[in-house]
Design a protein around this ligand. Structure first.
Ligand SMILES: *[C@@H]1O[C@H](CO)[C@@H](O)[C@H](O)[C@H]1NC(C)=O
Ligand SMILES: *[C@@H]1O[C@H](CO)[C@@H](O)[C@H](O)[C@H]1NC(C)=O
Ligand SMILES: *[C@@H]1O[C@H](CO)[C@@H](O)[C@H](O)[C@H]1NC(C)=O
Ligand SMILES: *[C@@H]1O[C@H](CO)[C@@H](O)[C@H](O)[C@H]1NC(C)=O
Ligand SMILES: *[C@@H]1O[C@H](CO)[C@@H](O)[C@H](O)[C@H]1NC(C)=O
Ligand SMILES: *[C@@H]1O[C@H](CO)[C@@H](O)[C@H](O)[C@H]1NC(C)=O
Ligand SMILES: *[C@@H]1O[C@H](CO)[C@@H](O)[C@H](O)[C@H]1NC(C)=O
Ligand SMILES: *[C@@H]1O[C@H](CO)[C@@H](O)[C@H](O)[C@H]1NC(C)=O
Ligand SMILES: *[C@@H]1O[C@H](CO)[C@@H](O)[C@H](O)[C@H]1NC(C)=O
Ligand SMILES: *[C@@H]1O[C@H](CO)[C@@H](O)[C@H](O)[C@H]1NC(C)=O
Ligand SMILES: *[C@@H]1O[C@H](CO)[C@@H](O)[C@H](O)[C@H]1NC(C)=O
Ligand SMILES: *[C@@H]1O[C@H](CO)[C@@H](O)[C@H](O)[C@H]1NC(C)=O
Length: 820
């Protein structure tokens, strides 16, 4: 006792000496914060002239009271103060790569109760030993960083936690329930094999949690039953992980939950009955799992329910049950729920509905008048069997922003009123039987960003858009449009597909104004004139497809200025002259950049919009999102190109496919082709190439489709494991004396007999040539860009209020790289 009072006295004394003048934050906490600042900023930290640019951190200087700094919150404690809150959201400077180590000084501030570190692109692991120090934490936000590893067990000792947000990180689902005692989490990582990929059962220790947000990580395994101990839980967001197993039967015991979001996992089983007891439920998101069984109709009896997402499961809608909803929904997704018959009439009672997704069902009948009068914001009815024409009131709505009716049997002409739908941003009507001309008023839709009219029977000329139009993505391919190639669009257009129409005449010079165009597809039209030199001014082009457009003349050298070009298809034309040797400089085909990391990595789209992209014309089938990012090809086949193949083409190391067939090329195959390390398809057939097949072909380890027939090649076919699989005689037919094991022709210089016939497992692999139909890589590219624009202007926030704002003030690297 005496000791204690002595201690207290000393403490008080030292406080009064140190803080005789003010009620300031403790020196040690101030020092810790300054150390943090200098770890984050490096040299900039001590540069007072830089402070103005640093935002909040700029106010952190040693000559002032840290409780007065921005982003710092204090609380008085006796005669002193202590730091209790730090809002360090989105503070790390542009382009800096910061690892979680920088938090080390923060871990000394044991009085902290709220800590917001969101939106910092911070890398590394969650430092368990550090957080273990912050025992008073009630609020911890680590969302939107690039953290990895697992949730350290020490986090579960933070028993006052009410708010835990680890969303949108790259935390891997490698969590252990037996990691206590580890001094350093890194040890745990080294011992990866012993770690279970589950949300640890200890999470049930955080009994004060109100909000648990773990969305968009890689958690796997089941939903731990211990979560049911978190009786105060109001929000449970586990969306976009890899969770499997069933939703706990008793989940309904969490009676205070208003938001239960489990979408985009691999959950199985039925929708638990107990959810019926969650009377406060407002948002239920179970979409994109593997749930099965019948959709319970009592879901519509939950009076507070507003947002109900059940789509993309194996759930079945019972058409026989009539529904009299007691809820007033604002959002409903029944995508792919076997809904049959006409669009359910009971929906007409849901007058507050803003989002409706009934895509991928078996709906028949017409677009009901009552639905068009509901003033919806988003209507997604794609992939059904709906018929008839669109009711004009649909386009009189000022609320409609997304209308997706692709792949139905709608017909008729678009109403002239279409231009009145001034809020429409996404209009996708592809693969229906719409016909007639496209009303000129469509170009008045100021906010239109994505327009997809492909695969219909539209005819006539396509209307001109103003140069200040925002439209970013226009696909009118596979129609019967005629007249001059449309070239009047907003200068921000990214993707333009005009293919498979009847456009004619010369390519208008106006196109060169579309300075950010990434994707231009004109294939299968009947153009006239020489190869348009101005195309080389479209410096952002990634995809250029002029296949089968009757172009003449020679390929301009300037095309090699298109440094982003990854896909070039000039096949089936009347092009003459040489292949420009400057093509070897096409940077986009050299180190084919990852235009797109993977779709979800770029933005956190609301589920539905992302699915739209994924299903985009089914074009991603056969192309993983990774290869989508790194696809590169050149097709100059079926022309009258002559001269030698420039050896510089061997520099295009990113090429997956090179087709120069059906030309009049002469000379040798450049030995530099051996450098095309990732080449999968090479077609040089039907030319006049002579000499030997370069020995360097042995280096082409990914080559699966080779065509060299109908040339004047001679000599030994190079041998290598990959070349030895190219055994189909058709590959080499009609040459001037090829020999080798592959075709079982003995080379003259060989004395020994040919080897035995090739073993069976060496059969030619199934590959199939690249075809535009099958892959159409640029569509998703362009669409994403367009959706990026939508993102910028805040569209997605309005679609899904629950989706976190992802735009980082000025500095999302991913976003910038994407060039939007
Ligand atoms: C301090 O920052 C300013 C503005 O960024 C810069 O111009 C100056 O060179 C910096 N000074 C030092 C010593 O780093
Ligand atoms: C420190 O910050 C205070 C206000 O926060 C400001 O008045 C003062 O000029 C700053 N001192 C230095 C050396 O930058
Ligand atoms: C931190 O500040 C940001 C704005 O800069 C704000 O959106 C966020 O809600 C704050 N966090 C906390 C925990 O108050
Ligand atoms: C925990 O806090 C104490 C006292 O503030 C400090 O000395 C220690 O370094 C901190 N531990 C960690 C792991 O940061
Ligand atoms: C986490 O990322 C860091 C680099 O950012 C890396 O050194 C570490 O190995 C990663 N840990 C795991 C478990 O992937
Ligand atoms: C969870 O709580 C139990 C008792 O409430 C305790 O024994 C255990 O150590 C805690 N586990 C963790 C990881 O905090
Ligand atoms: C549920 O919420 C109500 C009202 O907000 C509150 O009184 C009650 O304590 C909560 N229940 C639990 C278990 O936290
Ligand atoms: C719902 O709650 C009631 C009363 O608490 C309970 O008797 C019933 O079993 C619960 N229903 C389900 C399906 O869990
Ligand atoms: C609906 O009723 C029909 C005939 O009454 C029956 O054949 C069908 O199986 C029922 N469907 C469901 C999902 O119960
Ligand atoms: C439609 O928009 C109007 C104003 O623009 C708004 O008042 C109304 O609530 C919206 N209707 C729906 C269903 O969102
Ligand atoms: C292409 O256009 C030319 C004249 O512009 C015409 O003679 C030719 O028949 C057209 N070809 C096709 C296939 O329409
Ligand atoms: C291509 O770029 C070079 C150098 O940047 C420039 O001199 C040339 O005019 C460009 N060619 C075309 C056709 O734009």
């Amino acid at each position: 006792m005496a000791n204690l009072s002595l201690l207290l006295a000393t403490l008080l004394l030292s406080f009064s000496i140190l803080n005789s003048t003010c009620l300031c934050c403790p020196e040690d906490q101030k020092a810790a914060l300054l150390e943090f600042k200098s770890l984050v900023l490096g040299d900039l930290a001590d540069n007072s002239s830089a402070d103005a640019m640093l935002g909040g951190l700029g106010t952190w200087n040693s000559s002032s009271d840290c409780c007065r700094w921005e982003m710092v919150r204090c609380r008085s404690r006796g005669s002193s103060q202590e730091v209790t809150g730090l809002n360090l959201s989105n503070i790390f400077p542009l382009d800096s790569i910061v690892t979680s180590d920088v938090l080390t000084p923060i871990f000394q501030i044991r009085s902290l109760m709220t800590l917001d570190l969101s939106y910092n692109s911070m890398q590394g692991e969650i430092l368990g030993t550090g957080f273990a120090n912050l025992t008073r934490l009630t609020y911890l936000d680590l969302k939107d960083n690039n953290l990895n590893g697992s949730i350290p067990s020490q986090l579960f000792n933070l028993r006052y936690l009410e708010f835990l947000d680890l969303s949108t990180n790259a935390i891997e689902g490698k969590l252990s329930s037996s990691v206590a005692g580890l001094k350093n989490l890194k040890q745990l990582i080294l011992d990866e094999n012993s770690i279970q990929g589950q949300i640890p059962a200890e999470i049930g220790n955080l009994t004060n949690l109100h909000k648990l947000l773990l969305r968009q990580n890689k958690f796997s395994g089941g939903i731990p039953l211990s979560l049911l101990q978190l009786r105060k839980l109001e929000t449970m967001d586990l969306q976009r992980n890899s969770l499997s197993g069933e939703i706990p039967d008793d989940i309904g015991t969490l009676a205070n939950i208003t938001i239960l979001a489990l979408s985009k996992n691999a959950l199985t089983g039925a929708i638990p009955q107990s959810i019926r007891n969650m009377t406060k439920l407002v948002t239920l998101r179970l979409d994109s799992n593997v749930l099965s069984g019948e959709i319970p109709t009592w879901l519509f009896d939950l009076q507070g329910m507003k947002s109900l997402y059940l789509g993309g499961n194996k759930l079945k809608w019972n058409d026989n049950v009539s529904i009299v909803p007691k809820c007033m929904l604002t959002e409903l997704s029944l995508r792919s729920c076997s809904v049959r018959g006409s669009i359910p009439l009971w929906l007409s009672t849901q007058t507050e509905l803003t989002f409706l997704d009934l895509s991928e069902n078996e709906l028949e009948g017409t677009y009901p008048q009552w639905l068009s009068e509901l003033n919806l914001g988003t209507v997604i009815l794609s992939d059904n069997m709906l018929t008839g024409s669109l009711p004009p009131p649909l386009f009189e709505s000022r609320n409609l922003s997304v209308l997706v009716l692709s792949r139905n049997n709608f017909s008729g002409e678009l109403p002239e009123t279409i231009g009145q739908s001034t809020s429409v941003m996404v209009l996708m009507l592809s693969s229906n039987n719409f016909s007639g001309h496209v009303p000129k008023s469509i170009s008045n839709i100021y906010r239109l960003l994505v327009l997809d009219l492909s695969n219909n029977s539209f005819s006539g000329e396509f209307p001109a858009f103003d140069s200040d139009s925002l439209v970013g993505h226009v696909d009118i391919s596979s129609n019967r449009f005629s007249g001059e190639v449309p070239s009047s669009f907003g200068v921000t257009i990214l993707m333009l597909s005009l293919s498979q129409n009847k456009f004619s005449g010369q390519l208008p010079q106006n196109l060169s104004n579309l300075s950010v165009l990434q994707h231009l597809d004109l294939h299968d039209n009947n153009l006239t004139g020489e190869f348009p030199a101005f195309l080389s001014q479209l410096s952002s082009l990634q995809v250029l497809n002029l296949r089968n457009t009757a172009l003449e003349g020679s390929i301009t050298d300037g095309l090699s200025n298109l440094t982003s070009l990854q896909i070039l298809d000039l096949s089936n034309n009347n092009l003459q002259g040489k292949i420009p040797s400057s093509f070897g400089n096409l940077q986009g085909m050299i180190d084919t950049p990852s235009i797109l990391p993977t779709l979800p990595e770029i933005f956190s789209f609301p589920v539905e919009i992302q699915d739209l992209i994924v299903n985009w014309k089914n074009s991603k089938r056969g192309l993983s999102s990774k290869s989508l990012a790194i696809y590169s090809l050149m097709d100059l086949s079926n022309n009258q190109l002559s001269g030698e193949i420039p050896s510089s083409l061997g520099s295009l190391k990113g090429l997956k496919s090179l087709n120069l067939s059906y030309n009049q090329l002469q000379g040798n195959i450049p030995s530099t082709f051996g450098n095309l390390e990732v080449l999968e398809t090479l077609d040089l057939s039907h030319n006049s190439l002579s000499g030997k097949i370069p020995q360097t072909f042995a280096k082409l380890q990914q080559l699966t489709s080779l065509y060299l027939s109908n040339n004047k090649l001679s000599g030994r076919i190079p041998e290598s494991p990959q070349m030895d699989r190219q055994i189909d005689p058709v590959i080499y037919a009609n040459n001037s004396g090829l020999c080798g094991v592959q075709i079982q022709v003995v080379c003259p210089e060989d004395v020994q007999p040919p080897p035995d016939s090739v073993p069976e497992e060496m059969e030619k692999e199934e590959t199939g040539m690249f075809s535009w139909k099958a892959t159409a890589i640029g569509y998703p590219v362009g669409f994403l860009s367009a959706t990026a624009v939508m993102y910028v202007i805040g569209y997605f926030n309005s679609v899904s209020k629950s989706s976190a704002p992802r735009a980082k003030s000025s500095r999302s690297n991913k976003f910038r790289d994407h060039g939007a």
